[in-house]
Design a protein. Structure first.
Length: 345
């Protein structure tokens, strides 16, 4: 469905269907309710009650004529915003949404299925998709990559990747990506605090909480990266097929990790850490060491040859210095003589 002057006109006259009204209100919701440019405050204040405006039709025609005249030189987002302003101005004018100062805070309360907008950036026109319904949405990017957008999620990406050096997407919520292989154009998904990079693969990114993100790889190979605001610390992990990681991008710690071992033997290895416990099950010593270094900001010293092809399982109460107990137990069980120091101290 497209937003046209005819649709807006029928909406303002309360002559469109419920489906059309819902679709149009989605666009109104994400516009910029700066109504002063369309309806001067003195004119608004001079109107008594909720009566129809005498020059309503003429003003509507003039606004659409102005939009059409400037269509070539302005970005598409300006067109959508202007349409939103037109509809919003008359909705307010007819008394549907209350007084002007309240409107600027809350435009429309919408319970919709899907809203889509298209805007321009300096390099390429971008697409916005918002899935506010209960069913998944399937999208196909210009390179053929398939995006499965889950309910209550949003995504933004360029309409055309062909002239860009990278394929960059911005995700809020949860989505699955089936990426078309292109070794010359990395495919990067930016979620809150986390960047997931692939060349050609299938993976899922899910923002579980405000500070936690889960990434699961189904096929191929990806890099997951989070960085502190001061850029002094970061968290980088390479994920293999059927592995997954949940990280806290605020504290730069690994919350949970599922590993598949290079030997090809499925040991059901995983790591879990929460406020109460820290648990390892059939995790390679190399991965255990990486978790301890990341989560406790310590340096570990060991002989790589002694930890090769060795695995560890353990369950501890989570304390600030639990890493000491873990290292002590690993040294006792595997005779690997791991020691630790604190960086920059």
């Amino acid at each position: 469905m497209k937003i046209t002057s005819e649709l807006v006109n029928r909406y303002l006259k309360n002559q469109c269907s419920a489906e059309e009204a819902t679709y149009l209100e989605n666009y109104i919701r994400y516009g910029d309710p700066n109504l002063e440019t369309l309806l001067p405050e003195e004119d608004w204040n001079s109107v008594d009650g909720d009566l129809d405006y005498a020059n309503q039709e003429d003003i509507l025609k003039n606004i659409f004529a102005s939009i059409e005249k400037n269509r070539i030189r302005i970005h598409r987002i300006r067109i959508f915003i202007n349409l939103s302003k037109v509809a919003a101005a008359f909705i307010l004018f007819l008394g549907v949404y209350g007084i002007l100062n309240q409107f600027t805070k809350t435009l429309v309360s919408v319970h919709s299925e899907t809203a889509t907008m298209s805007i321009n950036s300096t390099e390429s026109s971008n697409l916005y998709y918002i899935n506010s319904g209960n069913d998944i949405m399937t999208l196909t990017a210009s390179d053929g990559s398939i995006i499965t957008l889950y309910p209550k999620s949003e995504i933004k990406y360029p309409e055309d990747f062909s002239n860009l050096k990278e394929r960059i997407l911005y995700l809020k919520g949860k989505a699955k990506f089936n990426v078309t292989k292109d070794i010359n154009k990395p495919f990067r998904v930016h979620s809150t605090g986390v960047t997931t990079t692939a060349l050609g693969t299938i993976f899922i990114v899910d923002e579980l909480r405000s500070t936690q993100t889960q990434v699961k790889l189904l096929e191929g190979k990806i890099e997951v990266k989070a960085q502190a605001a001061n850029e002094q610390r970061n968290l980088v992990r390479t994920i293999m097929p059927n592995e997954e990681i949940t990280l806290d991008h605020h504290d730069l710690t690994i919350v949970q990790e599922v590993k598949v071992h290079k030997s090809g033997i499925d040991r059901g290895g995983y790591f879990l850490q929460n406020a109460a416990v820290i648990q390892f099950k059939n995790i390679a010593l190399e991965d255990v060491i990486n978790v301890l270094i990341q989560n406790y900001d310590i340096d570990l010293h060991y002989d790589k040859r002694k930890i090769s092809n060795k695995f560890y399982s353990g369950h501890f109460n989570n304390t600030k210095q639990v890493y000491k107990e873990i290292i002590q137990e690993i040294n006792y069980l595997h005779h690997v003589e791991i020691s630790y120091t604190f960086p920059n101290k």
